[in-house]
Design a protein around this ligand. Structure first.
Ligand code: B12
Ligand code: SF4
Length: 493
């Protein structure tokens, strides 16, 4: 889990400051005692409205499920207790962020807040402040969920026509993020026109793509570099390369201005990878990319409505292999229609095609069913879930046609053949790894540090220190080792 700096909250803080409000952004990511930090900040700042940004509902890993919801509920209770107006009434609390956009109006009950804003917050949050001050109408605020006389209202979400930079450097202490192997988030576009069955991004950003001018994006990078000294920038668009032409324009602008920085990207989609994309990314300074293939067989790509086939996946792999950029490939097994055979195809692709220090493959088994997605509808239609299931709890789709333990055992076996294959349940960052990251930061090594994992995994003594979490994995490993041994004995390896 890479530390992700609060870029969304920074957008909202910057817009609120521009609207003339006095703003304090409290970043709890590196606080050991979050409740005391909150209490202190509230007592010294005396806010009249508190906005809470909730990024993740959970970690989307079924085998070692972690959810921050209870901790956030406890933090909201601390805010309720200490944030008081001069007349003693509790200060209103508004929620926002990706998790809130996904949970929608349900978020008000889950967290016990007064308001929740679904979607972009830059215009909606200052408008909410104005409405609370009696200078505006609650019913016209985009995506606002609120109660009037106990009745819940949800306003329609209206997408902004355009957006600019976050000005995160005005709000966030960057150093601990860099020390933890993080990269500075830059958003070049919002919205994804695709409709993958499990994906909740369109609820957060909408389907309509809004792009920033390449020059403006690169102005932001130059300014941040000057002010914060960030070594690596991460493009945090839902899909950086849909369309590829926009990604290429940005890379060309970086090259034209001779910017010396490192870049990485979350959300490289195999769908739109023309031959010139990876070479221009390499020249711009990309050291890594996260490729969201999700499956490596046609039936599952179709079932998940990915909008591309194995032709595009193979082409993307071929270009990635010669690009000189480390790529991490994501696979999610267990969706509707998944069988042991389709799992085998995807695993074999990683095992045989994503080989060498340039590739890392991460497998998830079980797909998180997020509210509002086609997968959630399918789960109800085929009797997998009851229609009234509370999806803020961790529910995962795992096709009844597969034996999950056997699939994990197969992934473990694949790891024995190709060390750069991991399962998401393998384990979180250990204190030892954190120290290694801090050392790398001191040496000035640019992040993201996950890109060094293939080297670590391929280094013989280190691969045995893989941090495993799920006890069934240990069983699977033993079974795989026994099978491998038996296979070796029979000369069938
Ligand atoms: C980029 C990204 C990453 C990158 C981040 C890189 C970086 N350097 O920051 C990486 C790959 C590291 C990553 C990791 C993870 N991610 Co991620 N990630 C995203 C992604 C694609 C974009 C997030 C982003 O930066 N958006 C840009 C900002 C500007 O937008 P925003 O945060 O939504 O903010 C706007 C609004 O939400 C609102 N807003 C925000 N805060 C507030 C506050 C208030 C008060 C108000 C009113 C409004 C408001 O206004 C903002 C401006 O318009 C989202 C999906 C998506 N499209 O949202 C998933 C997403 C947030 N990630 C998700 C998850 C699960 C994870 C991981 C837990 C996965 C894992 N197991 O490792 C980790 C957690 C990392 C961490 N430390 O928290 C989930 C969260 C939902 C859930 N199931 O919990 C999402 C939604 C994807 C999904 N699967 O559906 N992620
Ligand atoms: S998974 Fe990626 S391509 Fe598919 S809808 Fe979500 S953001 Fe778009």
């Amino acid at each position: 889990m890479e530390p992700a700096a609060p870029v969304g909250l920074s957008y909202v803080a910057s817009a609120s400051a521009i609207a003339g409000h006095e703003v304090k952004l409290l970043d709890l990511a590196f606080e050991h005692d979050t409740h005391t930090a909150l209490e202190r900040a509230i007592k010294s700042f005396k806010p009249e409205l508190v906005g809470v940004s909730v990024r993740n509902i959970d970690n989307v890993i079924s085998q070692r499920y972690v959810s921050p919801l209870q901790e956030i509920q406890a933090q909201i209770a601390v805010i309720r207790q200490h944030a008081r107006l001069p007349d003693g009434r509790a200060v209103p609390i508004s929620l926002g962020g990706p998790a809130i956009s996904i949970l929608a109006e349900q978020a008000l009950d889950v967290f016990g807040a007064d308001y929740a804003i679904i979607g972009e917050g830059e215009v909606a949050f200052p408008a909410l402040v104005a409405a609370i001050q009696g200078q505006g109408d609650f019913s016209t605020i985009s995506g606002l969920c609120y109660r009037v006389d106990g009745t819940l209202h949800r306003n329609p979400t209206v997408l902004l026509k355009s957006f600019s930079d976050s000005r995160m450097e005005d709000w966030v202490n960057w150093k601990p993020y860099q020390r933890g192997g993080g990269a500075w988030p830059i958003q070049t576009k919002r919205g994804c026109p695709m409709s993958c069955s499990y994906c909740a991004y369109p609820q957060v950003e909408g389907l309509r793509c809004r792009r920033r001018e390449a020059g403006e994006v690169v102005d932001e990078i130059e300014r941040v570099q000057r002010k914060s000294g960030a070594r690596t920038f991460e493009f945090v668009d839902s899909t950086f390369n849909v369309p590829a032409s926009h990604a290429i324009e940005i890379c060309e602008e970086i090259i034209r201005r001779r910017i010396k920085a490192n870049f990485t990207v979350m959300g490289l989609n195999p769908r739109d990878v023309p031959p010139e994309l990876f070479p221009v990314m390499k020249r711009a300074g990309f050291n890594s990319m996260l490729i969201s293939a999700e499956a490596a067989c046609d039936p599952m790509l179709k079932s998940l409505s990915k909008g591309y086939t194995m032709r595009e996946v193979n082409r993307c792999r071929e270009y990635a292999a010669t690009s000189g950029i480390t790529s991490s490939w994501f696979f999610m097994l267990g969706g509707p229609g998944e069988t042991m055979e389709t799992c085998e195809e995807s695993i074999r692709f990683a095992e045989t095609q994503l080989v060498g220090k340039q590739f890392l493959s991460i497998f998830f088994t079980g797909i998180r069913i997020l509210p509002g997605t086609r997968l959630a509808e399918q789960a109800v239609e085929n009797g997998y879930l009851a229609a009234d299931t509370d999806l803020s709890d961790g529910h995962f789709y795992i096709s009844p046609e597969i034996d999950e333990k056997k699939v994990i055992a197969r992934i473990t076996r694949a790891h024995l053949r190709n060390a750069c294959i991991v399962h998401a349940s393998d384990g979180a960052i250990t204190p030892a790894l954190r120290r290694i990251y801090a050392g790398l930061d001191m040496l000035g090594v640019p992040g993201p540090y996950w890109r060094l994992l293939p080297n670590l995994l391929m280094f013989p003594p280190l691969r045995h220190f893989r941090n495993k979490y799920d006890p069934s994995l240990e069983e699977a490993r033993q079974q795989a080792a026994a099978e491998a041994l038996a296979g070796a004995g029979a000369g069938s390896q």
